[in-house]
Ligand binder design. Structure first.
Ligand SMILES: *Cc1c(COP(=O)(O)O)cnc(C)c1O
Length: 232
């Protein structure tokens, strides 16, 4: 299918899932995950309305940044402390903050860039060893600590659920994320402005939206299977 057809299909599905959770299509941001995708195909998606792009590697954002104007970039993958300086002036939202050490570097570099950085706390909800993110019971403490840093605003939570051929099996993780989100929100910590719940990928975004996601991160569903000559 073409990118246009894929987007039409995804749009319809997000709309239906949003309605099931008492919301509208416009309450959910479709973040187009453009990692490994070449510039012409990304531009095709941008022309069709995907103006917020997610990348999981700093190098890839840097390589694409000048080539694709008029969009907003989100960093969704694991971020190394020594790479923060390259993107502090480039990204709108960092989805993958899972330590205070990383937060401190983001605060420092964002201050140098004359801005505040919006971040999400990444939670490893299923406790998978291969994945980044803090344990669910550490998320509140980290959110509070990050909020105390000068140039950071915590905007919510993010998770990467396990890959499961049956997306229903991830519903429990999305429900727990929503609970955690509401709990932290109710504390009203300084600079913790809980707005976003970034969860759901190609395989499971409908379930995630039904359970309250307001940002879904979709790559394969838009662009087709990635060509992994290089690594993810
Ligand atoms: C690659 C990636 C996605 C998109 O995955 P698809 O299954 O292709 O939709 C979403 N989130 C993160 C963190 C990713 O690395």
């Amino acid at each position: 299918m073409s990118i246009a057809q894929n987007l039409e299909d995804i749009d319809k599905r997000i709309c239906e899932a949003a309605e099931k959770s008492g919301r509208k299509r416009s309450d959910v941001l479709l973040l187009a995950v453009s990692k490994t995708i070449d510039i012409p195909r990304i531009k095709e998606a941008v022309a069709l309305g995907c103006t917020q792009l997610g990348e999981n590697r700093v190098q890839e954002i840097m390589a694409k940044y000048d080539e694709i104007p008029g969009v907003q970039w989100h960093l969704i993958g694991h971020l190394q402390t020594n790479k923060v300086k390259y993107i502090a002036d480039k990204v709108k939202l960092i989805h993958s903050v899972d330590s205070l050490k990383l937060g401190k570097e983001i605060s420092l570099r964002s201050g140098q860039a004359g801005r505040t950085m919006d971040v999400l706390v990444e939670v490893n909800m299923a406790g998978e060893e291969s994945k980044s993110g803090v344990a669910p019971d550490e998320a509140e403490k980290l959110a509070k600590e990050l909020g105390s840093l000068e140039n950071i605003c915590v905007k919510g939570l993010m998770t990467v659920a396990p890959y499961d051929p049956c997306p229903e099996n991830n519903r429990i993780y999305f429900q727990k994320m929503k609970e955690l989100f509401e709990n932290i929100k109710s504390r009203n910590y300084a600079n913790v402005d809980m707005q976003h719940l970034s969860m759901g990928m190609t395989n499971d975004y409908e379930v995630a939206v039904e359970e309250g996601a307001d940002i879904v991160r979709i790559g394969t569903g838009i662009f087709g299977a990635r060509d992994y000559g290089n690594k993810q």
